[in-house]
Design a protein around this ligand. Sequence first.
Ligand code: NAD
Ligand code: ZN
Length: 350
Amino acid sequence: MKALVYQGPGKKQWMDVPMPQLANPQDVIVRVDTTTICGTDLHILKGDVPAVQIGRILGHEGVGTISEIGTGVRDFAVGDRVIVSCIKSCGHCVNCRSGLYSHCLGAEGASGIGWVFGHLIDGTQAEYVRVPYADNSLHKLPDGVTDVQAVMLSDILPTGFEIGVLAGQVKPGDVVAVVGAGPVGLAAMMTAGLCGAATVVAIDLDSGRLEQARSFGATDTVTSGTVDWKKQVLALTDGAGVDVAIEAVGLPATFSMAVDIVRPGGHVANVGVHGKAVELHLEELWIRNITISMGLVNANTTPMLLKLVASHKIAAERFATHFFTFEQMQEAYETFSNAATTKALKVVIS
Ligand code: NAD
Ligand code: ZN
């Protein structure tokens, strides 16, 4: 089969590789029908994320059809259409039992630092993928939900919701600012209303992304990097600061921006993956009673979000801006990496 293979920092190749095999009774093999590219794939390619080995198949978002099934799989059958969650988890270890699926200690000897596809195990930017612990790592697709909608549930929608909105403890009436209007930031904006956010401020450098943000639930937009960006955000709260600031970029500067605009007693929810050390001024933060949260998505809200997509409450298809075939994988990466020019949000590869 063909797959996109990591060849060292900055290098990847769409090439022939052996077909994945069932390795454990709980495994299935999924024929990948649709995949996409995430900001995290770019971090992995840059070398920002530790422990990725040369030869690793990239990608952690996918929708497909089960082609082979292990003898220990209870809930799925060959032919089922499924969402492949970006996180695999056994469901039984001490971390999974507390809902921390991204830190599964499963029996395959994983390290407990997140079983993200395309990181420690082979990923979904391939014609087929092996999915360990299928009963806990896949979601059956109801009729009426398209591949394009479903692939947004592998990672970006649960990430924006869990690590941004839920971890940020968004409450009814809150003013929520999201720094970074990429797909993950937009997913946070789109789901902030589920927790009752009254005002959602999108902050980005790119005017195109800010325009798009309005159709993802942003009520206000502020251009990052302008002299008075902070004044503009604070003006929306009569100078008090926002209740929740969500960081969805992954840069030291954007983390500082989120800290700068939050009100005393407010919450900074860091979603971005940071490749560089971030300064944390506890000597200033303590006196403002700021809470900071961060983490790797657990994707345990995917079933709930899937219901909202199926009932047309979340228009997940809105993220898809560009469409490619598997053979055009490299072109898809170029389009996604040059979003300021191409205006790409999610590139769909099928
Ligand atoms: P993306 O690169 O498509 O979007 C980032 C956005 O940030 C862009 O719109 C860009 O214009 C904007 N930006 C860049 N510099 C800025 C600045 N100085 N001020 C304001 N905006 C700025 O990425 P994405 O796919 O949306 O992912 C966002 C982040 O979330 C990435 O760091 C990604 O790795 C991370 N992520 C984290 C998890 C998790 O489990 N915590 C999961 C998925 C993705
Ligand atoms: Zn991702």
